[in-house]
Design a protein around this ligand. Sequence first.
Ligand code: SF4
Length: 217
Amino acid sequence: MNENVSKVLIGLESNNINAVYAETKAEVCEIVKNMLSYGAVITAGGSMSLKESGVWDIINSPEYDFRDRTKSGISDEERLEAFKSAIGCDFFFCSTNALTEKGELVNVDGNANRISSIAFGPKKVVMVVGINKIVKDIDEGLLRIKKIAAPKNAVRLNTGTPCQKLGHCIALEKSDCPAMTDGCKSPRRMCIEYLVSGFQKEKGRINVILCGETLGY
Ligand code: SF4
């Protein structure tokens, strides 16, 4: 474990966020299996990190009650019910857009379902975070969203937002250091609601599994 990772883990713990380091994706999966009990009610935010790490397959197993809003053929009504079931569910799984050296979690959302569940509702939040998500501070985290996370998601989801073609947020065409909410006016804009999670009153509600491998974007 390098010095930077140690600093991040200490920062998270000082913010009352449980932090554990897993060298590999396989270790991440073992940690997740040990956290879950049979029949646990689980919800999740859309996350490439969950899929690439293998965690999505674990939570999607018949051992748990996974309310998957992304499953194929789901009706609008069922999707709404899945969203609602995040309130009071046992576990909410997701990743983070950026993780600062001080142990802050920086996230942006288009629909706010992910950031609202991080902030309130689920009993436990479990974040699977690749080492590639570590940034120096909140400003670098916001830039990371504009330069990496949003453009890659735009390509994956074919949003038609300017960042899909440019490979970076349109706000970077005007300034190297745009303000947090600068960006496009696209109807499919992904960067709408912003959340920075620092010190938590409830110790251990948010749990970060930091993986030594690259995961998601
Ligand atoms: S504000 Fe618009 S252009 Fe900028 S990253 Fe977000 S979706 Fe892309």
